[in-house]
Design a protein around this ligand. Sequence first.
Ligand SMILES: Nc1ncnc2c1ncn2[C@@H]1O[C@H](COP(=O)(O)OP(=O)(O)OP(=O)(O)O)[C@@H](O)[C@H]1O
Ligand SMILES: CC(C)(CO)[C@@H](O)C(=O)NCCC(=O)O
Length: 416
Amino acid sequence: MSKPEGKGREGGRGGNSRMDCGSQTGSIPDSPRSSHLAIDIGGSLIKLVYCSRGSGESAADENCCSSTESAKISNGINFHSLRGGRLHFQTFETSKVADCIEFIRSKKTDFGGGWHLEGSKEKNVIKATGGGAYKFADLFKEQLDIVLDKQDEMDCLVAGANFLLKAVHHEAFTYRDGVKDFVQINDKDLFPYLLVNIGSGVSMIKVDGIGKFERVSGTSVGGGTFLGLGKLLTQCKSFDELLELSHKGNNRVVDMLVGDIYGGNDYNKIGLASTNIASSFGKAISEDKELHEYQPEDISRSLLRMISNNIGQISYLNALRYGLKRIFFGGFFICGHAYTMDTISVAVHYWSKGEAEALFLRHEGFLGALAFAWVLWLVALASTPNVGVDDEFLAGIRGFVAGSSWVGDQNCKVYS
Ligand SMILES: Nc1ncnc2c1ncn2[C@@H]1O[C@H](COP(=O)(O)OP(=O)(O)OP(=O)(O)O)[C@@H](O)[C@H]1O
Ligand SMILES: CC(C)(CO)[C@@H](O)C(=O)NCCC(=O)O
């Protein structure tokens, strides 16, 4: 496996800081006028991506994107110059679908009209992906009179990843020891790659080209496991609380190390240092300590490490199995969290003996919803002709545009 090319370094945030995900979860902000909306309803989170008619340049007063994140997006694909159009990101917990419905209702009211699928007579249709597009179809119809136009989840994940990797400057980065290194992928040399989406569960997808992919593996031990098991074991109430707790923890209090088994020694013959984890949570089998003496912060840290490490290992094995030189990690489980990314990176590095590197995506959690943003990128292309693109990709975008949904005054619309 080769090292990624064209790196640019950004001062990383050390320790356990959580980088800006560029979104808000839960709270319902004031809504700018929305003109294009797409939704990804997963097992844990609902992701909304929408385009609005921004009036000013600053996004700080807008919902969803922080000013920094919005500026970064605009650096990449000039969304701010899209004839006043602006791309927004918003998340809700899936268990609070009612909040999401309220948010969409507020936008619908803004327009006093509704949504319609371009090229069809059908009214009030929005593109939707994820399992919730099926689960909540009736609810959306009853509450909002909206028909969810269901799109396959894997199709959308891949389309979103391709869109980001082809169109957005500095989308992918490596992360080691608190340092984030941006990797500019050569547009002509993107495929094939392994896409690992860490949501509630984990999907591993071999991507061979635009619209060409195969889901080669997956694991049910993912973000939902971290949150669910974490809640059970620590009494934490939320993902943020659990992550915060993990910052203070020490996994070695809970994990059984090689040194614990080998009397403090390395097991050199098979390349294991005394500090390597021999068995995650293995210390808890000992009767030297009462179970209630194990601290929630150590449990949270150990759980996060176990799950991240396991995903990194399985991902690398799949990359090896299919001879893929790049592994991109997405999904909201990562959430720009330093320890999570470090653990995944170390796992990929360790199991590949330094041959492979984990790559992360800046818009990690929005791959599915961003599949629908291709059309916005088409607009960007009009104003930024130097963005790398090939004919096949453009053809894909045009195909997508033909079936895109729009709302409002068509501010973002660029085709007739
Ligand atoms: N605020 C949050 N609330 C709940 N989970 C969060 C939050 N932030 C990050 N997460 C993590 O992100 C995971 C969900 O990620 P994501 O939204 O990518 O998946 P999903 O689409 O809900 O799941 P799936 O694709 O498996 O249906 C959660 O399981 C949790 O580990
Ligand atoms: C079921 C999905 C695809 C829903 O997003 C996801 O949660 C997942 O990939 N779970 C892992 C399932 C498995 O491959 O064992």
